[in-house]
Design a binder for this molecule. Structure first.
Ligand SMILES: Cc1ncc(COP(=O)(O)O)c(C=O)c1O
Length: 428
């Protein structure tokens, strides 16, 4: 493997890892999470926070509070309890907005990710005979591919002509921003929507969302992002970047549990555009008059106006517990540690000097989050099995990649060092 220049001088030793952990201002956060155990009784090395984040220990008490209120108050829990359910989702708005760099009016937590993508496309994918294409990255997450294909068909267009996949250059795995910009410019008149993953789930590449949004707007297209692998992972500035819309889940880096409630962003400039078509439900209706039960739909201004149903309170309670931890840690501090932690892992992998593995994730620390995708020669899954047997929880993504994500909230430099030692011993 080629060695990359690192801004920080790393050393391949347990003592260096231990020194880094001692200096880490976020080290106390690890004990706020349950770390699963290996059959030998030790903590596993958990590197799948990019798939399902670990459970914050506080979640139980947050959910129990709501169970208690339901037990003792019944329907009155909507109004006369510590956290009235009627407005519970509002308690999360500002914290979630901070995580994605949004204004509160631009953010809401609701539904699940693919559902939100569909709801947003109902409003923001308005194909015409001339302008009907959706641009995605080749190798986008399957659910996104299914979602955009079905939207194209729903509007009576044909996937072959209306879906445009941007591919990396030959013998490359990462998309170059200039190539994305050029593709957008070349297909200018026919593109209705650009919908990319903010961080690609397979390669771990973080796209330059600001530049892509600018390029999309220049040709008159709408630009949205699936932030499943970006929210809580990298610093985002959705408002400043002028992104039109985005959606993300909160069971990965946002640690809110399997199937947790998702997030949604709609730029402020669309907040009062009531001409945008949308699928409506009563929870998106103006709050003051919602209970007058009139047949005419009057949307709330901003992202809240896209809500359909009343909120899943236990899910929101779990998310609130997690967002409180994020607020305490701070996204900027997390991103700073993340760069060091992932940089350390990249350094240790480069020290292994084994041609059977190579990192396909960009080496530029601004071109990725915490995930590194390790391509295994001949797609040999035995390496993945071997590290799993030794207590590493990573994941295998077909055809040939082991994904590892050292998460700054609960992973340590010692985790990264132990992982590299295990990987080395398994290769030997
Ligand atoms: C990038 C991406 N998009 C979409 C999804 C689908 O999410 P959901 O099942 O919450 O709709 C996932 C799930 O892991 C994902 O990683």
């Amino acid at each position: 493997m080629s060695k990359h220049l690192q801004p920080l001088k790393f050393e391949a030793s347990a003592s260096f890892a231990s020194k880094m952990d001692t200096q880490d201002s976020l080290k106390g956060f690890r004990k706020k999470f349950y770390i699963p155990k290996h059959p030998d009784g030790k903590d596993v090395i958990y590197f799948t926070g990019n798939s399902l984040g670990l459970q914050p220990k506080t979640i139980r008490s947050y959910v129990e509070q709501e169970l208690k209120d339901w037990e003792t108050m019944g329907v009155e829990g909507h109004f006369r309890v510590k956290n009235p359910w009627m407005s519970y989702h509002e308690f999360l708005t500002e914290q979630m907005a901070n995580i994605v760099g949004a204004q509160p009016i631009e953010t809401v937590v609701m539904n699940s990710l693919t559902v939100n993508l569909h709801l947003l496309m109902v409003s923001f994918y308005r194909p015409t005979k001339e302008r009907h294409k959706i641009v995605i990255e080749a190798g986008a997450f399957p659910s996104d591919q299914y979602a955009v294909q079905s939207q194209i068909k729903f509007h009576g267009f044909d996937v072959q002509h209306s879906l445009f996949e941007i591919k990396p250059r030959e013998n490359e795995t990462i998309l170059r921003t200039e190539d994305i910009e050029q593709t957008i410019a070349e297909n200018g008149n026919s593109i209705a929507l650009i919908l990319l993953g903010g961080v690609n789930y397979y390669t771990g590449q973080a796209f330059d969302m600001r530049r892509i949004t600018t390029a999309g707007h220049k040709i008159g297209a709408v630009v949205g992002f699936d932030l499943a692998h970006a929210a809580g992972n990298i610093e985002l500035k959705l408002h400043d970047w002028n992104v039109d819309f985005a959606a993300w889940c909160s069971y990965k880096y946002l640690n809110s549990g399997p199937g947790a409630v998702a997030g949604c962003f709609i730029h402020e400039r669309h907040a009062e555009n009531f001409d945008l078509p949308r699928f409506a439900g009563w929870w998106g209706h103006e709050k003051e008059t919602r209970f007058l039960m009139k047949p005419e739909f009057v949307p709330i201004k901003g992202a809240e106006g896209w809500q359909l149903s009343n909120s899943p309170i236990f899910q929101l309670a779990a998310l609130k517990a997690s967002l409180d931890i994020f607020e305490e840690a701070g996204m900027k501090t997390l991103a700073e540690k993340s760069k060091k932690l992932t940089g350390f892992m990249e350094f240790l992998l480069s020290e292994i000097h084994d041609k059977r593995i190579s990192v396909i994730t960009p080496s530029d620390e601004n071109g990725r989050g915490c995930q590194l995708s390790i391509r295994v020669i001949n797609a040999d899954k035995n390496l993945f099995k071997a590290i799993s047997d030794k207590g590493v929880i990573a994941d295998w993504r077909e055809p040939d990649v082991i994904r590892v994500a050292p998460v700054p909230l609960y992973n340590s430099f010692a985790d990264v060092h132990q992982f590299a030692e295990i990987l080395k011993s398994c290769l030997e």
